[in-house]
Design a protein. Structure first.
Ligand SMILES: *Cc1c(COP(=O)(O)O)cnc(C)c1O
Length: 405
């Protein structure tokens, strides 16, 4: 790296530091181009992207079919608002319902908005269908959860930093330990309307629940007429080796939340998905979004979904993920406590005696691999699902170098 080039990176970072809120602590790399599993920085260095925008890039950077769909739609119609219909939203929702096996879908933009949509839906269902007394609805959530950053959502986070200084919070949420089905059943009252859960916790540190947890939760929710709400924003659309992570437990949730990869790394697209029993509680004026279901989003999401299904990315994730995880476990390292995950959603837990995960991510960056720590001790490996075995070998070589020292 030349000095002039190095100052190019520094200049861009200084600009962000000066003009933005300091709400992130990114790795000091400034990217300008991406293709497949690879990205290039402003100094011409190439990196393997092992984060894929927290699983929003399951199809890889600039997948040709998604870019083409976006281009085509840019040339015809981009936004109507929901005041009018458009010719992309219907086909998008039909294809989304067919792929997931639900009756209806409500399109939003970001993940947090889709979570908020599910919260509103299940509360209203509680009052109108289940018969819960006005303003008494309770939703059960898990410790160590991550469902987004709105004030309502951070209000039921167990991460002190996510809440500190942002209260007062929305009432009506109860927390149980993740994976504890006995605690779930104990927490249920006549006012419980939903159980909101990540089938595998992503931001919480790639935490896999005990075997059968979701199946037991499904049975408990059914028994007590409580809606099981699966937040598959990160785990869904092939990431864990199934189209949806809940398939590992052979269950079906009542409400499914998707986002991230639904937009193919091109555009924010999310949705809350459910059968009409839940969805039909919404009437005109109850809920909405100016950009939700816009024709550009819908065209991009249709292509993004098609790529996942046509290229069978869930099967690819299962096969490559199992192999990659085995190879990671085989690295002789005094720093690694555990390697865990499902499919290509993998966490390498660093021993506390070796410090936090951040310096390992910085060392990986210097070696041409971009990964990001989550929850201090965990290096997350979640590459595009289109990644090849050869590209994963590249990551393994670098990981061996960094972790084997
Ligand atoms: C990323 C994420 C969200 C929030 O999505 P945004 O698009 O950032 O609002 C919610 N739930 C889970 C499980 C996530 O991983």
């Amino acid at each position: 790296m030349t000095t002039a080039a190095a100052s190019k990176t520094k200049g861009y970072i200084a600009e962000v530091d000066q003009f933005s809120a300091h709400n992130y602590h990114p790795l000091p790399v400034v990217l300008e181009r991406g293709e497949g599993a690879w990205v290039w920085d402003v100094d011409g260095n190439r990196y393997l992207d092992m984060l894929s925008a927290y699983s929003a890039l399951n199809q890889g950077h600039r997948h040709p079919a998604i870019i083409e769909a976006a281009r085509k739609q840019l040339d015809t119609l981009t936004l109507t608002s929901r005041a009018f219909h458009n010719d992309q939203m219907g086909p998008f929702l039909r294809e989304l319902c067919q792929a997931t096996g639900f009756e209806r879908a409500l399109p939003m933009n970001t993940g947090a908005e889709a979570v908020e949509t599910a919260i509103k839906m299940v509360r209203k269902w509680g009052y109108k269908v289940k018969g819960v007394e006005a303003d008494k609805a309770e939703i059960i959530v898990c410790e160590n959860n991550f469902h987004g950053r709105t004030t309502t959502i951070v209000g039921f986070s167990s991460e002190p930093q996510y809440r500190d200084g942002f209260g007062p919070f929305t009432p009506g949420f109860k927390e149980i330990p993740y994976g504890d089905s006995a605690a779930l059943e104990k927490a249920i009252t006549k006012n419980t309307v939903g159980f909101l859960v990540e089938p595998l916790q992503g931001e919480g540190g790639v935490v896999v629940p005990p075997a059968g947890f979701l199946a037991r939760a499904r049975a408990i929710c059914t028994k007590h007429n409580v809606a099981l709400i699966a937040d598959e924003i990160q785990t869904g659309l092939g990431r864990t080796g199934k189209l949806f992570c809940y398939e590992w437990d052979s269950i079906r949730p009542d409400i499914l939340i998707v986002g991230k990869a639904l937009g193919g790394g091109v555009y924010p697209v999310s949705a809350a998905i459910a059968d009409s029993e839940y969805m039909d509680v919404f009437h005109p004026g109850d809920h909405g979004s100016t950009f939700g279901g816009n024709p550009l989003a819908a065209a991009i999401a249709r292509a993004s979904l098609r790529v996942i299904l046509d290229e069978d990315l869930p099967a690819r994730s299962a096969k490559l993920g199992a192999w990659f995880m085995d190879r990671l476990r085989a690295i002789k390292s005094k720093h690694v406590e555990e390697v865990r995950g499902r499919g290509l959603m993998i966490g390498v837990v660093i021993k506390e005696s070796s410090g936090v995960a951040r310096p390992f991510c910085e060392a990986l960056e210097h070696n041409g691999v971009l990964a990001k720590e989550t929850h201090h001790q965990v290096i997350r490996f979640a590459p595009p699902l289109t990644i090849t075995e050869e590209e994963l070998e590249f990551a393994l070589e670098r990981a061996t170098e960094v972790l084997g020292k």
